[in-house]
Design a protein around this ligand. Structure first.
Ligand code: AMP
Ligand code: MG
Length: 509
C-alpha cells in the first residue's frame, strides 16, 4: 500500500472505515450480500489530480477545509478511503445490443458510499477505474485518460445545459499504461449521482434467480428517491411509471440538444432517468439523424434517431423484469400486463411531446400553430441536406428579426432552401406575442453556444497527455458550465472542427 501522504494526517489509512463521519451513509451496503461484492479500490501508482469541479463541490457542500484537493487525489489514487466509506461493486445484468448478458456488474468502478450535503441530500460517490472486481470478466478494471476526461467534461456540460445526468467531482491521471487501441494513460473519475441503480439491477433479480428480491430493491429506490410512491397500491408499478416519465424527459432532452449516448444498453439506463455511463457519446455537429459516434455499432442501433424508440425497448425490458412483482401487487398477470403496457404507451407520447416542447422553445415559438411541426421538420431537413452545424444553426435563429427582411444568417449557409425557410420562419414569428427582444433573450437561454464537441475534448486530452497541461480542461469545464452565455475571446469554442467530419469512437474510448 502506498503510504498515506503527510498532508492528510486526519484521515485513516485504507481499510479503516469507522462509520462515524456524519456525512456518510451506505444504504446499498445494507441490502442482502448477494447484491454486491465488498472490496477496496486498487492503488493507482502516481495518481495526479487533473481537475475538481467547483460546481459539483458546491452541490455536495464539500468545502476545501473539510476535503482538500489532496484528500481527493488520495481517494482517486486508491491510497485512502474516507471515514465511513464502505466500497463495493454492484451486481447487475442487462441487455447489450439486444442480447441478455447475465455476467455484468461494476467491472471497473466501486460505489464508495453516500455523501450527504448540508441539506441532508445523499449522493453516491462512485470511483470509476478502481481496479478489477468479480464482475470484470475479461476487462482490466482500468479507465483511461481519454474516456475519463470525456466523462468528466460531459457530466459537467450536462449540468450546464440543464439536462439530468450523473455528475463528476474530480478526475485524475496515473502512471499506468493501459492497453486499448493503443497504450493509454490510466485514469480515475469520481462520479456523483443520486443513485447508481440501473434497469439492469432489476433484470438481474428477475432473470437470474432472485425474483423474491425485486420488491426489496423497489422499496430501496422509492425510500431513497421517491418516498411519495411508497404507499402506492402497487409500488413496483408506481416506480416503473415514474421511471418511464423521467426517461422520456431525459431522452427528449438528448434529442433536442442533439446528443447521442452511443451505448444505450439496459445496464447503462438509470432507474432515475438520468444520463449514466458516458462512453462513445457525441453531440450532433453536421446534423444527421442516422449519426452514431459508436464505431462498434455498425447497424446504428443506438443512432440519434433511434434513441426514443430504444428508450421504449429498454423500458419494456424493465417492465418484463417487474412483471411478476406488479402482478402480485395488482392481482393478476393480465392486469399487470395491461397497466405496464399503458405506461409504455405514455412514455411514447411523453417523449414526443417533451421533444416538441423543447424544439418549439429552441425556435422561439410560444403560440401554437398548426404548421409548426412542419416548420421544424423542414428546418432539420435543411440542416441535414445542407450539412449545417446543428448548434450554430439554432443559435443563429435568434438573430432573425420578424419586423424586417434581412439576409439569411451565415450559419444557415447560402442556398435558396435556407432563404426560403428563413422567410417562412420570419412570417411565422409575426404571430408571436412576445417582443423581438424578449424572444431573442429566451432563445439564447435554450440554444447553447458552447457544447462539448468531440475535437474540443480531444484537444484537452492531448494537452494533458503530451504536456501534462490541464489549462484546456479547466477552460472547457468553465465554459461548458455556462453554455448559453457568450464569453469574450472564446469564439473558437463555439465553432465546429476544421474539416467537419464527425469523429467516431469505440466503446472503450
Ligand atoms: P460499459 O459498456 O462501459 O457500460 O461496460 C459494460 C460492462 O463491462 C460493465 O459491466 C462494465 O463494468 C464492464 N467493463 C467495461 N470496461 C471494463 C474494464 N476495462 N474492465 C473491467 N470491466 C469493464
Ligand atoms: Mg455500463
Amino acid at each position: 500500500m502506498t503510504p498515506t501522504p503527510d498532508t492528510t494526517p486526519d484521515l485513516p489509512p485504507k481499510g479503516e472505515t469507522p462509520a462515524s463521519l456524519k456525512r456518510f451513509d451506505n444504504r446499498f451496503a445494507r441490502l442482502p450480500a448477494h447484491f454486491f461484492s465488498a472490496l477496496e479500490p486498487a492503488v493507482q501508482p502516481g495518481t495526479q489530480l487533473l481537475d475538481v469541479s467547483p460546481d459539483c463541490r458546491r452541490l455536495l457542500d464539500m468545502s476545501r477545509e473539510e476535503i482538500s484537493d489532496e484528500h481527493l487525489r488520495a481517494l482517486l489514487g486508491g491510497e485512502q478511503l474516507w471515514p465511513g466509506m464502505q466500497p463495493l461493486a454492484q451486481k447487475y445484468t442487462g441487455h447489450q445490443f439486444g442480447s441478455y448478458n447475465p455476467d455484468l456488474g461494476d467491472g471497473r468502478g466501486l460505489l464508495l458510499g453516500e455523501w450527504r450535503n448540508d441539506s441532508g441530500v445523499a449522493f453516491d460517490l462512485h470511483l470509476k477505474g478502481a481496479g478489477r472486481t468479480p464482475y470484470s470478466r475479461h476487462g482490466d478494471g482500468h479507465a483511461v485518460l481519454r474516456s475519463s476526461v470525456r466523462e468528466y467534461l460531459v457530466s459537467e456540460a450536462f449540468a450546464g445545459l440543464g439536462l439530468p445526468s450523473t455528475r463528476a467531482l474530480a478526475v485524475a491521471v496515473n502512471q499506468q499504461q493501459v492497453p486499448r487501441e493503443r497504450w493509454e494513460p490510466g485514469a480515475t473519475l469520481l462520479r456523483v449521482a443520486p443513485s447508481h441503480v440501473r434497469f439492469g439491477h432489476f433484470e438481474w433479480l428477475a432473470l437470474s434467480g432472485h425474483r423474491q428480491d425485486v420488491a426489496l430493491l423497489v422499496n430501496h429506490v422509492l425510500a431513497q428517491h421517491w418516498p411519495d410512491l411508497l404507499e402506492a397500491p402497487s409500488p413496483a408499478l408506481a416506480m416503473f411509471e415514474r421511471c418511464a416519465e423521467r426517461t422520456a424527459e431525459m431522452i427528449a432532452g438528448w434529442q433536442a440538444m442533439g446528443f447521442v449516448h452511443g451505448v444505450m444498453n439496459t445496464d447503462n439506463m438509470s432507474i432515475l432517468g438520468i444520463a449514466l455511463d458516458f462512453g462513445p457519446f457525441a453531440f450532433q455537429e453536421q446534423f444527421d439523424p442516422a449519426f452514431t459516434p459508436n464505431l462498434t455499432d455498425a447497424g446504428g442501433r443506438y443512432a440519434y434517431s433511434e434513441q426514443p424508440s430504444i428508450g421504449m425497448w429498454n423500458l419494456s425490458r424493465l417492465a418484463f423484469a417487474l412483471l411478476e412483482q406488479v402482478a402480485m401487487e395488482v392481482g393478476s398477470e393480465e392486469a399487470a400486463q395491461t397497466v405496464l403496457q399503458h405506461a409504455l404507451e405514455e412514455y411514447g407520447e411523453r417523449v414526443n411531446h417533451a421533444f416538441g416542447e423543447r424544439m418549439r422553445a429552441r425556435l422561439g415559438l410560444q403560440q401554437e400553430m398548426p404548421d409548426d411541426t412542419q416548420l421544424l421538420g423542414d428546418f432539420l431537413s435543411l440542416l441535414y441536406h445542407q450539412g449545417l452545424d446543428y448548434h450554430r444553426a439554432f443559435r443563429a435563429l435568434a438573430s432573425v428579426n420578424e419586423q424586417e427582411p434581412a439576409a439569411t444568417p451565415a450559419d444557415l449557409g447560402q442556398s435558396a432552401a435556407a432563404d426560403g425557410w428563413i422567410e417562412r420562419y420570419r412570417m411565422r414569428l409575426l404571430h408571436e406575442e412576445r417582443s423581438t427582444r424578449e424572444r431573442q433573450q429566451a432563445m439564447n437561454q435554450v440554444n447553447p453556444l458552447y457544447v462539448l464537441r468531440t475535437h474540443l475534448a480531444q484537444r484537452a486530452i492531448e494537452a494533458i497527455e503530451q504536456h501534462n497541461d490541464t489549462r484546456e480542461l479547466k477552460r472547457l469545464r468553465e465554459l461548458l458550465a455556462a453554455p448559453y452565455t457568450a464569453q469574450p475571446g472564446m469564439d473558437y469554442y463555439a465553432e465546429p472542427a476544421a474539416g467537419g467530419a464527425p469523429v467516431r469512437l469505440s466503446c472503450s474510448s
